[in-house]
Design a binder for this molecule. Sequence first.
Ligand code: 5GP
Ligand code: MN
Length: 340
Amino acid sequence: MNQDQISLLQQLLDSPKKIVVIGHKNPDGDAVGSCLGLSGYLNSLGHNSRVIMPNDFPKFLKWLPDCDKVIIYEQQQERAQRMLTQADLIFTLDFNALNRTGDLGVLLEQAQADFVMVDHHQQPDDYAKVTISDPTMSSTAEMVFHLIHALEGESYIDADLATNLYTGIMTDTGSFRFPSTTAVTHRAIASLIEKGANGSDIHRAIYDTNRPEKLKLLGTALENMVHLPEFRTAYITLSQKELDDHNFKKGDTEGFVNYALSLNEVILAAIFIENKQESITKISLRSTGSFSVNEMARTHFNGGGHINAAGGRSVKSLPDTVADFLAILPTYQNALNDTN
Ligand code: 5GP
Ligand code: MN
């Protein structure tokens, strides 16, 4: 972020405002953590800020400080609509195009408020008065940390705010192991620990609260895994029936795709998950090194994301979507085999 953006933001925030902070559909730890962190900061400055999420977030995030105040658009449409109409300022966090909020995107397009984007995905759309976009950042939560510092608000970071930002950074970096994790990220984390975030407790609350059914579903996913050494690829499928048989709850498949990526020599991993309710197949892609799954998701699966983590969707059935994936793999064969 540059000084002009900070000055403009300071101007926008120099008197008490009605503010809405919004994350993407199917919010993950970074979306929820960064939104709650920023909203908490804005409230402590004297603004009236609330978080709206397009739909509900997983149970493993439902202990985050202030998460009970989040408004879920899918459950409270009229209230959310009223808040958006009345807002002076709308922050959009952890996404780069309004359609990433699902149906809420239509309301956002109509809103009269000034928009501020804070995001780390590639190729951001141009809808905001202030666009703070940095794809080199580990997470939007890390960007919120730097933003608060740039606004000289460090003293407002209390244990709750620190916990929300720590969680966003931890989940989006795969617990500080993805290449986007830098010395600067670790300094931010060190500062958040000093402010009261307890890394060990947060890790346990996120990763060690599994239900037995979720681990059995992981077993099914691993049974279904297909390894294609000639493409240095592995993929996993989960049908709606398999999800139903394991009493699937939102968030249960989080991280499954990483098991496919952990195979020796594999640099491209995918998981295909049937969603009968939305009549789609949801796709999550992961890679290591310079192979861009953002490009693959954008070109073939109506999606996007980052170089090494992206997602998309297909209106085709689960087997047909997998067939599409298998059909495009040969066009990537050189790229897959040239990458370290
Ligand atoms: P995940 O696979 O964990 O759902 O998402 C990985 C990354 O890709 C995240 O940064 C997420 O925001 C992005 N992503 C996931 N699904 C979609 C999608 O349908 N469209 C776009 N543009 N990005 C997505
Ligand atoms: Mn993120």
